[in-house]
Design a protein around this ligand. Structure first.
Ligand code: EPU
Length: 302
């Protein structure tokens, strides 16, 4: 979508928002798939309510983008603009066992920074691509831990109230790859409480997780991590593998040879290729195991 209205364009600078015309999701997502639209980069949280009223009153549909590492976006010119927070200079501030973290902070870098200050607990998340805000929204987890366990407070923009609010940890429910945040809530910052642990000990945990990940996941390739959630008590990856589907492809969209729940863009896959592959695998799992796999990847296809 191209913002045409000169009044809207002029108001954007008043809100300290940078307009990047025709930005491509091939560059904004780890899958390197998706069409183009205008990107609005937000530099000050306090202008978000005003910005969103402006877009709503001029009928400009919008979506919030995090790190783009768990996202599959449709092809062509997209019918909405995309909003993204710009990174502040300092995105993690520590105070005792608390870490105040900006939602745009890189997840891996945050885990390492906390580790260097003897704060642990998040070792399992090392190697998970994306931002802290994205991890928070999805309740990212790995190797027996999930980020939700450490959340004490969240600052967010609530689309329902059109206000910036602060929620306490107990007001949020964190389940397996699911939270009680609304889809149009925008994560702004989080306060984590992390257990004290010696850096050397954390580093050991980080090395083990890194090694496990390297040996079982296609890390160097363009992917969105796991495509499907694991059904209760089972592994989507193992089921797809058991059906012999590693290497199955539609165009350049391909089931990874390394981990069957990772679908990679092996070249110039389109969103339609990837969606067709996802639908095909889902159907085969349904007919072989009578299990309806749920998407773990977020799909913006309209
Ligand atoms: N397996 C196979 N073939 C495969 C893949 C896996 O047989 O192609 C088997 C493994 O050998 C293992 C079992 O399935 O016995 C489970 O595999 P794995 O340990 O790789 O874990 P997973 O259940 O496939 C989950 C998360 C990952 C997370 C890992 C490590 C989901 C959907 N996936 O994968 O998260 O990194 O555990 O904790 O919850 C993600 O969220 O995007 C993601 C990749």
């Amino acid at each position: 979508m191209h913002i045409e209205d000169p009044k809207v364009v002029a108001a954007l600078s008043k809100f300290n928002v940078e307009l990047r015309r025709a930005s491509s999701f091939a560059e904004l997502t780890s899958l390197a798939i998706g069409g183009t639209t205008d990107l609005l980069r937000i530099k000050n949280h306090e202008f978000i309510p005003g910005l969103l009223s402006l877009l709503d009153s001029h009928g400009v549909p919008h979506r919030f983008l995090g790190g783009g590492s768990n996202l599959l976006v449709g092809d062509g010119e997209l019918p909405w603009v995309v909003l993204q927070l710009a990174s502040p200079n300092r995105d993690v501030v520590l105070e005792g066992n608390f870490a105040q973290v900006d939602a745009v902070a890189d997840l891996g870098r945050t885990v390492t920074y906390c580790a260097k200050h003897d704060l642990g607990g998040m070792e399992g998340l090392i190697g998970v691509p994306g931002t802290v805000g994205g991890a928070l929204r999805m309740n990212a987890g790995a190797y027996g831990m999930q980020i939700g366990s450490y959340v004490r407070e969240v600052k967010l923009y609530r689309a329902a109230t059109r206000q910036i609010e602060i929620l306490r940890g107990e007001q949020i429910s964190f389940e397996y790859r699911h939270t009680s945040f609304a889809p149009d809530d925008m994560m702004l910052a989080v306060r984590l409480e992390l257990p004290s642990k010696a850096y050397r000990e954390i580093l050991q945990g980080i090395r083990i997780c890194n090694e496990k990940r390297r040996s079982s996941q296609p890390l160097g390739q363009k992917s969105a991590g796991c495509i499907f959630k694991n059904p209760p008590g089972a592994s989507a990856g193992r089921m797809i593998d058991e059906l012999g589907l590693k290497g199955l492809s539609v165009g350049d969209a391909r089931v990874s040879d390394r981990h069957a729940n990772f679908f990679v863009n092996a070249g110039r896959a389109s969103a339609n290729d990837m969606l067709a592959l996802i639908a095909d695998v889902r159907e085969r799992v349904r007919s072989a195991f009578s299990v309806e796999l749920e998407h773990e990847v977020v799909i913006w296809n309209a």
